[in-house]
Design a protein around this ligand. Structure first.
Ligand SMILES: [Zn+2]
Length: 99
């Protein structure tokens, strides 16, 4: 997995710059063009979340894990996933709707 780059000038984002894209729409720090998440990027998102949370639901269903421990695991997973997300971003020039 690589950090994303600008669709216009190929400027490669730093980890911190890419991480900010999780919470806000961004412009390229180099050329100022608006960046949108590509379809592929959103698909990666979904996959990462599924891979992280399906095992959690299985654990919850088949073991006698206590509820606070379950919530703890969930928070931990969320934390780990949010650190991986910047690596799956791919930017495109147009805003495409999710559906
Ligand atoms: Zn750029």
């Amino acid at each position: 997995m690589n950090l994303p780059s600008c669709w216009s000038c190929q400027y490669t984002y730093s980890y911190k710059q890419a991480y900010v894209c999780t919470f806000a729409k961004t412009k390229c720090p180099s050329c100022g063009e608006k960046q949108y998440q590509s379809k592929r990027s959103k698909l990666n998102f979904g996959l990462i979340f599924l891979m992280a949370f399906i095992p959690l639901f299985i654990v919850r269903t088949f073991t006698a894990i206590s509820f606070p421990a379950y919530i703890g695991m969930m928070l931990l997973l969320f934390f780990v996933v949010s650190f991986l997300l910047p690596f799956c971003y791919r930017f495109t020039e147009e805003q495409k709707s999710y559906f």
